[in-house]
Design a protein around this ligand. Sequence first.
Ligand code: 6GU
Length: 265
Amino acid sequence: MRFDIITIFPEMFGGFLGAGILGKAVAKGLLDIRIHDLRDQAEGRHRQVDDRPFGGGEGMVLMPGPVFQAVEAVRESAETPVILLSPQGRLFNSEMARDWAGRRQVVLICGRYEGVDERVGLRLASAEVSIGDYVLTGGEPAAMVVVDAVARFVPGVVGKAASVAHDSFAEGLLDCPHYTRPRVFRGEVVPDVLFSGDHARIERWRRRQALAKTLDRRPDLVGRRPPAAADRCAAATSRRLWRPSSPVIGRPARIEAACRRMTSW
Ligand code: 6GU
């Protein structure tokens, strides 16, 4: 699968693409990631790609001309998703990552925090995407986040396909707790069930822990999907298991509501 990333800071991507799982996938030829300097599309001696905003105001705005040219130079087909990374975008999620992983090519445009000419979002990009409710100085770290999350769904990139299938969000829940040696660390012990050798029991425990954690931290996730039959009883148990991780006494209404939705679906 091929990514084309359009940026005014190509040097930011070096370490990211050379190391770890992504670095291996690039070396194996599973991923072809090309970085394009937006300034290569600029006109004039100063290689200018931004200008002052019409109507006045602070900062500079990326001009549409170089961005359109950069995308048109690399886009293989009209089907290729062209993603503008900006804090004004729709919130990036696992479904988008899975969808884009099935494409031959994805083009990513890194915005600047001051802004990108609106016509890029209107007429060039097929989606405008943000990675969270905070503002970055530029879209580059967001592009790295998107590439990483998409790459995990490309067959062969992550060693075990099962580990992708069971990760947080794949099943609409946060991941269960994990433990390794030593069995006792600074007084905290690994739960006994993990040494029982009873795989069905361990599986139930993990599922219940995942649910309890999701209800505690992200009850909004639980309401989004009908629970599997096994999870209804897990949710019932989780209601009893739940303990506040903050000094709040009792269960907040949002968690109570998520539990109720879960058990009475
Ligand atoms: Cl995609 N870009 C910028 N500049 N800030 C962000 C963002 C993107 N997502 C969250 N904050």
